[in-house]
Design a binder for this molecule. Structure first.
Ligand code: NAD
Length: 339
């Protein structure tokens, strides 16, 4: 299978490395509208054919990986699918659910693989947590709280929800296997005038699980920290930890039947902490291999177009309900009797 890469900006070089490393396909071409970026790609991989426009690329490839700005995903993926090419689009699949849906339908009609680059779904710690949720180790999940903040790379075209929360929403959908029934967000545009660089998202799922996602490009420290609190056990998943990314705590609060009147009814379980060993495969390599295998076999990718569409539906929903605070902040709730 001959594969081409469209977009060699910030993220494209990582995909190029994975495409070059795998023995499952031939990495044959790169396309970037910016001559400097294309030049960099061709210097790093001299055997590639280089193109400045996707329209010149199609005849050279059987499949493409698209790593261009979000607003261009739909049209590039549509053009590729119309020509019968298998497509992997970087996250998010498209900038609206209507367009994402159109891509899913087109891929179906063309019998082509359509995959979204939700890298975390191929990451060992994320999948270890999924197994612990599914096999009942954690009990009933009460809530999940996710933080993804740092002094990050500001995006020109999208706000922090469409850039960073994409990861967290994809992780939550993968873990819980259900769509939220309620969602909202709240944020503030601190540096750029019209794009939130900090936001907080709240979601509620049919099973009762509630989740909060904190995302920011404007934070002094890098934090990639998730707590999952269940009725039997609790987990802290810290993706910045070099080892022991997952810590499983045998902790909780137990309601005891009182033996005498007035006895305090809650007791705390403070058991051991276990840090399971994790495979150290690189998620991006697993993701690219999976895309190639699915394109060849016709198997449905784990993060197929339908999964990518669900993520876009959630992002769109919370972005619509978003409240953006601009200074001076309004008084949101006036409490009677509070000075
Ligand atoms: N999976 C991840 O963890 C991850 C991480 C970062 C970025 N991304 C995704 O990767 C994509 C690209 O992000 P980025 O930060 O690399 O953006 P970027 O702006 O740094 O790079 C995009 C590149 O695409 C080129 N380009 C734009 N329009 C084009 C067109 N029509 N045809 C050909 N080339 C075109 C630009 O010249 C540029 O070199 C986004 O969808 C982003 O969400 C994913």
């Amino acid at each position: 299978m001959r594969v081409g890469l469209i977009g060699y900006g910030y993220w494209g070089p990582n995909l190029a490395r994975a495409l070059n490393q795998t023995d499952k396909c031939e990495f044959v071409a790169c396309c970037d509208a910016n001559p400097r970026s294309l030049g960099k790609a061709l210097r790093s991989y001299p055997s590639l054919k280089g193109f400045s426009s996707a329209s010149e690329l199609w005849d050279s490839v059987d499949a493409v990986v698209i790593a261009t700005p979000i607003a261009t995903h739909f049209e590039l993926a549509r053009q590729a699918l119309l020509r019968g090419k298998h497509v992997m689009v970087e996250k998010p699949l498209a900038h609206s659910s209507r367009l994402a849906e159109e891509l899913v339908e087109l891929a179906e009609r063309q019998s082509c693989t359509l995959m979204t680059g939700h890298t975390f779904i191929y990451s060992p710690p994320v999948n270890v947590v999924k197994n612990l949720i599914q096999d009942g180790t954690l009990g009933d999940i009460h809530y999940i709280s996710l933080s993804r903040v740092n002094l990050g790379l500001y995006q020109k075209d999208v706000d922090v929800i469409w850039d960073l929360a994409v990861h967290d929403v994809s992780i939550l959908l993968h873990w819980l296997d259900e769509m939220p029934v309620w969602g909202s967000s709240f944020g503030r545009a601190c540096v750029q005038k019209d794009k939130n660089d900090v936001a907080f998202i709240w979601l509620q799922f049919p099973s009762g699980v509630v989740a909060s996602i904190e995302i920011s490009w404007l934070s002094p420290q890098k934090m990639r920290r998730t707590s999952i609190v269940g009725s039997k056990r609790m987990i802290v998943y810290d993706d910045t930890e070099p080892s022991e990314k997952i810590k499983i705590y045998d902790r909780g609060v137990v309601v005891k039947q009182p033996e005498s009147f007035g006895e305090y009814q809650l007791t705390y379980r403070l058991g051991d902490m276990v840090a399971p060993s994790l495979s150290n495969v690189e998620p991006l390599l697993v993701e690219i291999d999976h895309f190639i295998e699915c394109s060849i076999s016709g198997r449905r990718p784990r993060t197929d177009g339908a999964f990518g569409l669900k993520v876009v539906q959630v992002l769109e929903g919370v972005a619509k309900s978003s409240v953006t605070v601009r200074p001076p902040a309004p008084t949101l709730v006036e409490l009677e009797g509070v000075a």
